[in-house]
Design a protein around this ligand. Structure first.
Ligand code: CA
Length: 530
């Protein structure tokens, strides 16, 4: 009761201050965005999987709206998350590809982000989980002092993050700019160029409990070799088996702490990205090996958040979105039985390709929206929507106006996200190995001389030197290229894609500071070959 009164008082105070001219308490729900890592369209029982059960995520589908044409902006982590945060296609910005673990921040702190938008709207904002958008200014972060700029500088009041990925050093958590548990007498050193001493996967395979299948053979931490070299920080190193529990605990604590005010929680679990190392309580829970076990672990994390919302009586006033940052991959660098135990499970569902690919499974991901009383329970939508639209849609939700030029590729689709309209995007550019354009039932993949197959992950990348056109209504698996049959359609979509590319806004964010950050991260990317 006291909580409800406090919340009402806070809203009244904001209304008096004129910050929210048309908003009411009901229009300003808490927002929880759950952003899993490499989870495929077909990996949930609510999206057709039968090899495993995801009852907590399925509960969201039963109580909310399930999208069948929802998309990440890109088929890999960094560009997908960049577009989510900024509302701008990542391919417009050099240096936004998959980043090494010591890259500088790639988002200009001066621009509007999903987090700063909501903070300016009066929300308490927090991120728990994977970041992978770079940290520090030019030259990368100083791991032994303030690790900044980072999430706290682009709009998050609170941050508890994994800097890059589970398979990249440094393997430490950073909470509000500081490495957690760091002993100053044992400073962290990180390099993506030269070995720093200490055992590596290539030199000391006998020390490994999980062996790499390709790459991932540099510094060993917790019996697992990673990408990149690291020494020091021994007291701060994470234990992979505990990561889901740690993140989930921090996420539920954030909810608990902010129960009396509008909050935005961006919860970005590591699962089911590699290395897949389930907590013992989830090991062996599926027949799919560790990849299946960590999906069940992610489902448990979701369940913990749902239980917390229920217990605090916040469920009805919380808009919850569940999704994934890109499509699935089976062998992503470790011998973790994912290939051997896959059986009949289809992580990509009916779609072709996966993580890294131009084909639909690269970006088409599970997307569920729940907001009791506002979103019809058990409903579904085939509208074309994308994570890149969250910035503009959350601006609608909170009655904020986006300054001109901000979130340039984000569309106001709140009514679509809430299931009140099925008029989604007219078109959408998917970023896989190259670029593709979606428009209605059609998908155009621009010609490319890039490889057709990622042999290491066995992913069909969808590249071809000829233009490809697919009719997804008749052929969701993209097997029949009908470009020769519909030359006018190909020409029109090629032209539209070119126009979208030309629509970029040169200069607006190209401050000398950001230009320096960009050029540095591109340079590092080239050097480290990621
Ligand atoms: Ca990912």
């Amino acid at each position: 009761m006291a909580g409800a009164v406090n919340r009402l008082m806070a809203v009244v105070a904001l209304l008096i201050a004129g910050a929210l001219p048309r908003a009411s308490a009901q229009q300003r729900p808490n927002i929880v965005l759950i952003y899993t890592d490499d989870l495929g369209y077909g990996d949930l029982s609510s999206y057709g999987a039968t090899a495993l059960n995801t009852p907590n995520i399925d509960r969201l589908a039963k109580e909310g709206l399930r999208f069948t044409d929802g998309h990440a902006a890109a088929a890999t982590c960094t560009p997908s998350r960049y577009a989510l945060m900024t509302g701008e296609y990542a391919w417009r910005r050099p240096g936004t590809g998959v980043l090494p673990g010591d890259a500088a921040l790639i988002i200009d702190p001066d621009r509007t982000t999903l987090a700063s938008l909501l903070r300016n709207a009066g929300y308490a904002t927090g991120i728990v989980g994977k970041w992978h958008l770079g940290l520090g200014s030019k030259g990368g972060p100083d791991w032994n002092h303030d690790v900044a700029p980072g999430p706290n500088e682009i709009g998050f009041d609170y941050s508890f993050i994994m800097p890059a990925t589970g398979d990249r050093v440094p393997t430490v958590y950073v909470e509000n700019r500081r490495v957690v548990g760091l002993d100053p007498a044992d400073p962290i050193r990180v390099s993506y160029d030269e070995p720093l001493g200490g055992p590596t996967g290539s030199a000391n395979p006998d020390l490994l409990k999980l062996r790499p299948s390709h790459g991932h053979d540099q510094t060993i931490v917790n019996g697992i070799s990673r990408i990149g070299y690291m020494t020091g920080g021994r007291a701060a190193l994470w234990k992979d088996e505990d990561m889901a529990l740690v993140f989930t605990g921090k996420a539920t604590a954030f909810i608990e702490q902010h129960r009396d005010q509008p909050f935005f929680l961006y919860f970005a679990p590591h699962d089911p990205h590699v290395p897949r190392v389930p907590n013992p309580r989830f090991a062996g829970r599926t027949t799919l090996g560790p990849r299946g076990d960590v999906i069940v672990q992610a489902d448990w994390s979701v369940g913990e958040l749902l239980t917390t919302l229920d217990r605090l009586k916040l469920t009805n006033n919380t808009l919850l979105i569940f999704t994934s940052d890109n499509g699935p991959v089976i062998d992503d660098g470790y011998r973790d039985e994912a290939v051997e135990k896959l059986g009949a499970h289809r992580p990509a569902g009916p779609f072709r390709g996966g993580k890294y690919s131009n084909f639909e499974a690269g970006t088409r991901v599970p997307l569920i929206v729940r907001w009791p009383g506002h979103v019809k329970p058990g409903s579904s939508s085939d509208a074309l929507v994308a994570h890149i639209d969250f910035v503009a849609s959350f601006a609608q939700l909170t009655g904020r106006r986006l300054p001109g030029g901000e979130a340039p590729d984000s569309e106001k689709l709140l009514s679509v996200l809430l299931g009140r309209s099925k008029q989604g995007r007219d078109s959408f550019v998917e970023q896989g190995s190259g670029l593709s354009l979606r428009q209605g039932r059609w998908k155009y993949i621009e010609p490319s001389a890039r490889p057709r197959l990622n042999a290491q992950t066995n992913t069909e990348l969808g590249n071809d030197t000829a233009a490809q056109l697919y009719d997804l209504a008749a052929d969701p698996g993209e097997h029949a290229n009908v470009a020769a049959k519909y030359p006018d359609r190909v020409k029109a979509m090629e032209t539209l894609l070119r126009r979208v590319k030309e629509r970029s806004r040169p200069g607006r964010y190209a401050s000398p500071r950001l230009a320096a950050i960009h050029s540095l991260s591109s340079f590092r990317k080239l050097r480290s070959g990621v």
